[in-house]
Design a protein around this ligand. Structure first.
Ligand code: CTP
Ligand code: MG
Length: 181
C-alpha cells in the first residue's frame, strides 16, 4: 500500500476507539444527566445532553471496539499490507478521553451561555479528539509517540472533522440527532 494511504489507514485504525463513543452515546443517551440538574451562576453545569447512560455505554463501546480491533489486527494488517497498532491501556484512554473532551466542551458551552445543542464550529469537531489524544499521551506516552507520529497526527486532524460531519449528518437524517452537527 502507498505511503499516504497506509498513513490514513493507520490513523483511522488508531482513532476508531475514540470515534465510536460519542456516536454510541447519541444512540444510548437519555436518563439522568451527570450534573443532576445542578447549576453554577444560574447556568447548568453540563446540561441534559451529558447523561450517565450515554457516557457509560459510549465508553464501553469504544473499549469493546478496541479489543475487537486487537483480535483482527493481524488479519487486517496482512490483507492491507500495513502495520496496525494494538491497543493496551490506550483502549480505555481513547474512549474515555473522547467522552471527557466532549464533556469539557459542554461545560465551556454552558459557561458561555449556550443552550444544549448550540453549535460551536471547530470545538464540536475536535473536542473529543483533543480529549482522547491528551488522555492517551498522559496514560501511555510511549504508545502515543510510537503511533501518533507527526504524519499520522496531521491525518487525524484533517480526517476527523470530515468524518464527524458525515456521521452527524447521517444521524440527523436518520432522526437520532436534532441538529446536523
Ligand atoms: N449524550 C449523552 N452523554 C454524553 C454525550 C452525549 O447522553 N456524555 C447523548 C445525549 O442524548 C446528547 C446526544 O448524545 O443530546 C448528542 O451529544 P452532543 O451533541 O455531545 O450533546 P448536545 O445535546 O448537543 O449537548 P451539548 O450542547 O452539551 O453538546
Ligand atoms: Mg451537540
Amino acid at each position: 500500500m502507498g505511503r499516504v494511504l497506509s498513513t490514513v489507514v493507520r490513523a483511522f485504525w488508531a482513532m476508531l476507539p475514540a470515534y465510536v463513543p460519542n456516536n454510541a452515546a447519541v444512540l444510548a443517551g437519555g436518563g439522568r444527566p451527570i450534573d443532576g440538574g445542578r447549576t453554577w451562576k444560574h447556568k447548568r453545569l453540563l446540561g441534559d445532553g451529558k447523561t450517565w447512560r450515554g457516557t457509560v455505554v459510549g465508553t464501553a463501546c469504544g473499549l469493546a471496539l478496541a479489543l475487537g480491533l486487537n483480535r483482527c489486527n493481524r488479519r487486517v494488517a496482512t490483507a492491507l499490507d500495513v502495520s496496525l497498532p494494538r491497543f493496551g491501556r490506550s483502549a480505555l484512554s481513547l474512549s474515555a478521553g473522547a467522552m471527557a473532551g466532549d464533556m469539557v466542551a459542554s461545560f465551556y458551552k454552558r459557561r458561555s451561555g449556550r443552550e444544549r445543542g448550540a453549535p460551536v464550529p471547530g470545538l464540536d469537531q475536535l473536542d473529543f479528539v483533543v480529549g482522547a489524544l491528551s488522555l492517551t499521551a498522559l496514560v501511555s506516552p510511549n504508545w502515543f509517540r510510537r503511533v501518533f507520529r507527526p504524519d499520522v497526527l496531521v491525518v487525524v486532524l484533517v480526517l476527523t472533522p470530515l468524518l464527524h460531519f458525515g456521521t452527524n449528518f447521517a444521524a440527523y437524517v436518520l432522526e437520532f440527532k436534532n441538529e446536523p452537527y
